[in-house]
Every structure is written in C-alpha cells, then in structure tokens.
Write a protein that binds this ligand. Structure first.
Ligand SMILES: Cc1ncc(COP(=O)(O)O)c(C=O)c1O
Length: 393
C-alpha cells in the first residue's frame, strides 16, 4: 500500500515507537504478533461474526436527499452512529479485545475523551468477562456524563485524570502510566490511530471496514465505487483513517479531514493541530502536535471532547505533509450549527465530533454530479446536554 506503514513502523518521517524502556517488551510483543494474529482465518472469522451479529454491520450508506438538494451534490452519510454503542469506536475495540485474548492478557485499560471509546472498551470487556479500567479527564467526565454512567453499568472502573487540561491527552498519559506499572498481564486498547507503532497501523486496519463497506455500497447507489470527496472529522484520526483507507491509493478521490478549531484557530482555544502544530513526539510516535517553542505540549480546546486533542496520528501527519489529504478546521459555533441542521433536516442527531465534518460542507463548492461521503462517526445522545445548553432550549 503506497501510503501505508513501512517495515520500520514509519510513514515518511512520522510514526515509530518512542517509548520508555519499561514498555518495550509489551510493544515489541504486539509488533511481532499483530499481523500474524489479525490475518489468521480464525481471528478473521470471529471478528467478522461479531461485527455482523453484535455490532450490526454493515452500517448503512444513507443518501441524504435534503442535504443533497441543499449542497448541490449527492451527499451520503456513512452511518457509524448506528453501530452498537453509537460510534465507530466499537470496530477497533472488538479487534483489540480478540487480539488481547490471543495474547493471554487478563486486564484491559483504555483512555477516553468523548467516552465513546471507553464505552466500546467496557462493552467488549463485559462480552469477554475481562477486567476493565478506563481513564478519562475530569472535564470530559462532566461534559460526557451519560457515557460515564454507561461504562459503570457495564462493569468498568472509570478513573479520573486530573492533570493538565483534564481531557483526552491527560487520560492517555494516565493510561500509559498504568501500562508501565502493569506490563505483563495488561493490554492497553488505544482508541485512535495514535501511539507507538504498531497501534496506528493496527487501529487503521480495524477501522478500514468503514471504507471497505462504503466502496461496495457506493456501487449499489451510484454504479461507481469511487466518490469525488470523502470527509471525516479528526481527533486522533481513527474514523477518518477508516473512512480514507481503501480510497488512499485512488488519487482522484479527494480526502478532507476536519479538525476542531475551537473558538478560532488564532484564539488560543483551539485543537486545530495541523494549523497550529509542529513536528515532534506525542504519546509514543513522531507526528505533528501543538507545542511551545521549547517542546511543551500546548493544552488544546474544543467543545467536542473527542476532538480536544493536541496531536494527530502519524499517518495523518504524513498525508498532510505530502498533500494526499486536505486538513481544514471548523469552529465550535460552526459545528454546533451543523449538528442542529442535520437533526432538523435529516432527522439524525449527530455527535458534536461528527458535526465538525458536516459543517465543512458549508465551505465547499460541488458539481451536481459529485458523490460526497461523510463519515457520521457517532450519534449525539451523549451531547444532548451540551446542545441544549448551547442553544438555550
Ligand atoms: C463520535 C466520535 N467521532 C470522532 C471521534 C474522534 O476520534 P477519531 O479521530 O479517532 O475518530 C470520537 C472520539 O471520541 C467520537 O466519539
């Protein structure tokens, strides 16, 4: 694959595994085994069966007719919001729990921002009868409270991260600390295409089901498997990488990744990583991140907990640098407006994360015959409180 990882774990200058020595055995075990495990026919059969009968895949590719009229193109939503647990995160959680079982791990840890990855991980741990600890920033625990209750109901322990901006970055730091302290029996289910190699590649492979299905579904809808545009929001970048994956080598397909501008890219309250960031190391990989001139991570901000992260996965950093994908950003206000519009024009309440991708439509010019696919990465139930407060309902 032209834009895939090389045998050393890099995408161009980005990627690698910048980890403390204590984690080396865990990460090395994963590196040596992940491809053998996930390419094994028994693994594939179990993964496919759970995606079909537990998650409810394939997720529909919905032709949004009123949106198509409004924006003057054929607009399709890839409905990851309809998956069990309400987002794309479950695809990766299922893949990694099956992998952890085969590695003989007895305990699972995870980080979460919006709580969707935490819920997905708590869900698969309940399914397999494995202990689960989820780290979550204190601010995110408050703004995504329904997901904290769901994780507890599913039997997981939720541990607050109270350092830094008390959001996803800080939860990731805590999870990494836990893994260093428990290297033998614990598997860390990272929720995005971030972290040391092989995580970015492994998570992208598990999420690639999104574009694999989309290609087939586009043939049914349009007679062609390639659209003109593909759009997705980017926190760490897993729904975007899943949505881009099988289109990467088809260079006529324009890939658009939407980051969170927060209160504006120049406001000092933003998570627009490619706009504000520079090359460096974050959470085990060389990538692009928001940092001060002396290399301290800048605290990010977005109204959306899932996009409130100061970095992007290394494959995104590469696609950005070589211009294979376009990276843009959308403010809180633009995203909230887009979430309301989708609710009232299509009868679908999207997650605030996904609303960022929808908001980008306002800024694009299409031809009437263009086919445009947007990854609707999750549903908005978890965000109702934020929407209601924002619009003063
Ligand atoms: C619904 C939804 N979309 C998108 C994201 C962002 O993550 P990623 O960029 O890994 O897809 C999250 C993260 O929590 C999410 O819950």
């Amino acid at each position: 694959m032209k834009y895939g990882v090389n045998e050393h774990g890099y995408y161009g200058d980005f990627g690698g595994a910048y980890i403390p020595e204590m984690l080396y055995p865990n990460v090395e075990e994963l590196r040596q085994q992940y491809l053998n495990i996930i390419n094994d026919p028994d693994f594939k059969a179990e993964f496919d069966d759970l995606l079909k009968n537990y998650v409810g895949r394939p997720s529909p590719l919905y032709h949004a007719k009123r949106y198509s009229e409004k924006y003057g193109a054929n607009i399709f939503f890839k409905r990851e919001d309809l998956n069990h647990t309400g987002s794309h995160k479950i695809n990766n959680a299922i893949g990694q729990i099956l992998l952890a079982k085969r590695l003989g791990k007895k305990r699972i840890i995870a980080e979460t921002g919006a709580g969707q990855h935490g819920v997905a991980t708590a869900t698969v741990c309940a399914l397999m009868g494995i202990e689960c600890v989820v780290y979550m920033g204190e601010i995110d625990m408050a703004r995504q409270a329904p997901n904290v209750s769901r994780m507890k109901m599913l039997g997981a322990t939720v541990r607050p991260a109270s350092s830094g901006s008390k959001t996803l970055k800080d939860a990731t730091n805590e999870a990494l600390r836990d893994w260093i302290a428990n290297p033998v029996d614990t598997h860390y289910i990272i929720g995005s295409v971030v972290g040391p190699y092989p995580y970015p590649d492994m998570v992208a492979r598990f999420q690639s089901i999104i574009s694999e299905e989309t290609k087939k579904q586009l043939v049914e809808h349009t007679g062609k498997e390639l659209p003109e545009y593909v759009l997705a929001c980017v926190g760490g970048g897993s729904n975007a990488m899943g949505m881009f994956y099988h289109f990467l080598d088809n260079e006529q397909v324009k890939l658009v990744a939407v980051e969170a501008a927060g209160k504006g890219v120049d406001s000092g309250h933003s998570a627009a990583t490619t706009f504000l960031g520079h090359e460096g190391v974050l959470h085990g990989s060389r990538t692009i991140l928001m940092q001060t001139p002396d290399g301290q991570v800048v605290e990010p901000y977005s109204i959306s907990a899932g996009l409130d992260y100061p970095g992007i996965g290394p494959q995104h950093a590469y696609l950005y640098k070589i211009n294979r994908a376009q990276y843009v950003s959308v403010t809180d206000d633009e995203a909230m407006k887009a979430g309301l519009l989708c609710s009232q024009m299509e009868g679908i309440i999207p997650a605030i994360e996904s609303s960022h991708a929808l908001a980008q439509l306002e800024k694009m010019k299409f031809n009437l015959t263009d086919n445009v696919v947007i990854c609707l990465s999750g549903r908005g139930d978890k965000d109702l409180d934020t929407f209601i407060k924002y619009f003063n309902y």
